[in-house]
Write a protein that binds this ligand. Sequence first.
Ligand code: IMP
Ligand code: MG
Length: 179
Amino acid sequence: MSAAVQIHDLSFVPFIDQAQIQTRIEALAKEIDTQFTGKDPLFLAVLNGAFLFAADLLRELKCQPEISFVKVSSYQGTQSTGRVDELIGLQTGLKDRHVIVLEDILDTGVTMNKIFTLLESEQPASISICTLLLKPEAYKGKHQPEFVGFEIPDKFVVGYGLDYKEYGRELKSIYQLIN
Ligand code: IMP
Ligand code: MG
């Protein structure tokens, strides 16, 4: 097992190693295949955090997945009512498609609520959530994820796509904040 890592001002210790991640992803892929083979599923991976998870999961799937990458953006609208959310990068039409959202982590669920609302307006046949990590103690999202890699405590983690102030995404394992 690798040693602790320092990112900016914080130290992190090894938490979920590369082999554990790959083993779990293989199992998740089987679950997804069972449910979606023959349904022409469209995977939407949420950037930046889900890029490695998406790459590894996709290569395990047998259900002939189509994949697209999206980013959630919040901008100041023209109305005084505050900020407006949009999903950048959505090119494929979602109407009547079975959409599976790929996320790195579900924490409070605020981001997933926004994504879900934006996707619903495109009238897909179904929307499912697949997340590598879930913090059950923190999650207050309106929709429960159908596919979860690991349930983890409500502590900050980095690595395998997840960042702390934009660094640490390249780490092959997942590390947990020391406190
Ligand atoms: P939310 O609180 O569920 O809306 O999570 C929003 C976003 O915060 C996630 O998509 C991640 O990008 C980021 N995030 C939440 N928890 C962690 C963590 O432990 N490590 C790194 N990023 C996190
Ligand atoms: Mg994210």
